[in-house]
Design a protein around this ligand. Structure first.
Ligand code: RAT
Ligand code: ZN
Length: 446
């Protein structure tokens, strides 16, 4: 409890950053109980879609994406290893991530020798359950939130008819992208297959029932690049995203109890307003929005072909205004959106910003965004989430982020200390815990 000396601040922040058990509030990870859905090990690390995209930047013309994807995963991994780690220096954040991960797992010798076979042998000896625990403890992650998509049958089978049991390291989030995309075809196919009526009320009941099954932390969706939300009283119950001017279905627009059959497809904003928001409100579940992805910019690359767009931050403002009783978690993909988003979070107590997402999850950008957020929001935001798809990535994503966020925070404390403000280690610990999970949990509870 003694005040820290100026010269001690950087070291204390570094220590506290190293020791804090973080909450990882958005990942694509699955527990070992989910079998093939759990990605881990060197071949999954090397075939991460960030690395596939980087590989194709410079791949020979003769390697067509379709033939690459038809190869066994280990072959794909070999090609990426050769191109990005042997023929070039692995300078990108995604490449360095693989190195940090292996180094922290203790595979230093194999790394030094660039011995991919040796690395594979090591992973082959690991037991998934024990390895999973090892990764969580090495990464210092208290628990992670998964992304659970009921519309995807390969996932749904792990929940119904019987829910798989898994450790407390994993929590659920119910993801509903087809709703925000206005992809009524997918939604109605799922409703039909599960014997729900093809109505808005049918869709709401479907969500309620899945929420009952999954017990999610929140409902979540990423917005399509052309998403527009007009607000509650906008054009026909906020179906502004309807580019072709069609109204969304026969159902009582604007009144919205929605039991009539739908004969035209409702659009994303309408499904948000009439399905997602009412269910969120009814079940007191926050909605996590991810804004700024432009899917399938190069469709031949699959997930690796998704790009970025500067989303309209105004959509989120209109949502927070129209639904003050609903809590929104949000993260933006474009660097240009970050400042406006921080100001918005400063105005709306029902909005919580989290993480440096995907193309922003690079040290230089994390540094800039974190400094700006601290300056505007104090500790009222969540500095990072990993978005890990491969279990082992928790190790590097958190290690890289802890370092940068710590450096930024230390700088802010030094300027505090220069005013004569006295700071203790316990206070540093409190702030660090808040930035890496505590602020999220406080927001969820309020
Ligand atoms: O970062 C990623 O892995 C992306 O492919 C997306 O999944 C993104 O994180 C998302 O959740 O939409
Ligand atoms: Zn994600």
């Amino acid at each position: 409890t003694r005040p820290l000396r100026l010269g001690e601040i950087a070291r204390v922040v570094r220590d506290e950053m190293e020791r804090v058990q973080v909450v990882d509030l958005h990942t694509h990870l699955f527990p070992p109980s989910h079998g093939e859905l759990m990605l881990w090990g060197i071949d999954d690390l090397l075939t991460y879609h960030y690395l596939i995209a980087e590989y194709f930047q410079t791949a020979p013309r003769a390697v067509a994406p379709a033939s690459f994807f038809a190869l066994p995963k280990a072959f794909q991994a070999d090609m990426i290893w050769a191109a990005l780690f042997v023929q070039r220096s692995p300078l990108s954040e995604a490449c360095k991530g693989v190195l940090t991960t292996l180094e922290k797992l203790g595979l230093r010798q194999e790394l030094r020798a660039r011995d991919l076979s040796g690395i594979r042998r090591w992973f082959a000896e690991q037991d998934p359950d024990a390895y999973c625990e090892k990764v969580f403890s090495l990464a210092g992650v208290k628990y992670c939130v998964m992304t659970n998509i009921p519309f995807d049958p390969t996932e749904a089978k792990h929940w119904r008819p019987a829910k798989k049991s898994y450790t407390r390291r994993f929590r659920s989030a119910l993801r509903v992208d087809p709703l925000l995309k206005g992809d009524w075809e997918t939604v109605s196919a799922c409703l039909t297959a599960a014997n729900y009526p093809q109505t808005l009320e049918g869709a709401r009941q479907y969500l309620r029932d899945w929420a009952e099954t999954m017990q999610p932390e929140y409902l979540m969706a990423s917005t399509p690049h052309d998403f527009q939300y007009a607000g509650k009283k906008g054009n026909g119950g906020s179906c502004q995203s309807s580019k072709d001017g069609k109204k969304g279905g026969q159902e009582d627009m604007g009144q919205g109890c929605g039991v009539t059959m739908i004969d035209k497809s409702p659009k994303g904003a309408e499904l948000l307003e009439k399905v997602l928001i009412p269910v969120a409100e009814e079940l007191s579940l926050p909605i996590a929005m991810k804004l700024g992805a432009h899917r399938a910019v190069n469709p031949s690359l699959g997930t690796a072909g998704d790009g970025l767009v500067a989303a309209d931050v105004g959509d989120l403002r209109r949502l927070c205004t129209a639904h003050p009783q609903v809590k929104f978690l949000a993260t933006f993909l474009a660097r240009v959106s970050q400042h406006e988003a921080a100001v918005l979070a400063n105005k709306f107590p029902n909005l919580h910003l989290y993480g440096c997402w995907w193309y922003c999850n690079n040290p230089s950008i994390i540094r800039e965004i974190t400094a700006m957020r601290l300056e505007i929001l104090g500790t009222g935001f969540t500095a990072q989430h990993s978005d890990a798809r491969v279990l082992d990535q928790l190790i590097y994503k958190w290690s890289h982020s802890r370092r940068v966020i710590g450096e930024v925070l230390a700088g802010e404390y030094v300027s505090l200390a220069q005013t004569g403000w006295k700071l203790t280690r316990e206070e540093v610990r409190r702030d660090v815990e808040r930035l890496l999970g505590g602020a999220y949990e406080e927001f969820m509870q309020k």
